[in-house]
Write a protein that binds this ligand. Sequence first.
Ligand code: GTP
Length: 422
Amino acid sequence: MEIKEQKRDADLLRFITCGSVDDGKSTLIGRLLYDTKTIFEDQLQNIERTSQMRGEEYVNLALLTDGLRAEREQGITIDVAYRYFATPKRKFIMADTPGHIQYTRNMVTGASTANLAVVLVDARKGVIEQTCRHTFITSLLKIDHIILCVNKMDLVDYSQEVYEKIKTDFQNFISRLDIADVRYVPVSALQGDNIVNKSTNMPWYEGSTLLYMLENVHLGSDLNHVDARFPVQYVLRPQSTEYHDFRGYAGRLEGGVFKPDDEVLVLPSGFTSTVKSIETFDGPVAEAFAPMSVVITLNDEIDISRGDMIVKPNNQPEVSQDLEVMVCWMSEKPLVKGKKYIVRHTTKEAKCLVKDIRYKMNINTLHKIEDDLNIGLNDIGRITLRTTLPLFYDDYRKNSGTGSLILVDEFTNETVAAAIIL
Ligand SMILES: Nc1nc2c(ncn2[C@@H]2O[C@H](COP(=O)(O)OP(=O)(O)OP(=O)(O)O)[C@@H](O)[C@H]2O)c(=O)[nH]1
């Protein structure tokens, strides 16, 4: 079962596209869908017609994703749209994040489950602060693979010199970050150079196309099958007399494997029991692993509630009310030292106090700024929190689910930050 799951992972690539407004993100996504022939005939006719009406020389592929965005914006709460497409080699889930002011927030949301980030730069502008910010967040979120797409090569006469300069600048920047795999490709999303089809305009480029990279990047299974973590989302106690003995704990595994008869420990109470059964929508199973959603029943009656975590006695997460975190600030209202926020971590909600702001990050130089601790919209900084309830967490590197949290404003209910536990 586990092997099958891993194989499925290798067939599926989740990626995010990031770039500043107008770098050509929508056009690039449109080009990928168009050249891999994954858009529908009627959609195509629609955008061809609109492009003609607007007197545009080329079919405006950005209309494809813009249309999707308009649809999505009616849904209001969703910041990130997911596009699915497939080639014979692989399936893709692409997180499309609108590149406007609140980009950090959208990017963090989209990137938290991504295996790879496509970072776009405009060949005329080169590596700018936004490129650095996106790349830094990518590394913070432990996305192992980055493809730097130098776009709009048609506007710089497909110049190798321009491309090499941008590549060197980027190499200099990322040498200070811990990113396993970085690739580079010069493209024109508008004209279709090196997206799906190899460009004839850049004979000096000997690498592969963007699609080839996406299809062939090697993905180890990034799921943690070692550390068993089951945050309880709901306690099920059906009222019907037929099931009056039944008490199940519903949730999604954030890591590891659970089987019937496994010895388990419940946090925070510390009580132990053994797994009686694991139920799913399709009936009982012999084993459950991340990211399955299941109902676990235990052989002992223990008082368990939402936010508790079922783990194994010999492999426990950290438990603490004092946390050191790296935040990406997402609110117009700056972070306030000494202020209370709501913290949401796995299925648990608590309050927390910002005890200290250690430093703010200079995104361009990656230096720590210690004399200006004003963390505002899109800033990244290191802070310490004291929570009202203990959280059960792991290092983000080991487990992104139990290693991250969000902060919410108590009064407005606005999500103000995403954070990684250090
Ligand atoms: N010449 C040229 N223009 C491009 C290329 N890619 C995109 N553009 C143009 O750049 C402009 C911005 O492209 P979009 O795809 O809308 O940019 P975006 O980054 O998605 O911007 P937002 O949707 O606002 O986030 C459009 O006018 C595109 O036609 C390219 O490779 N070459």
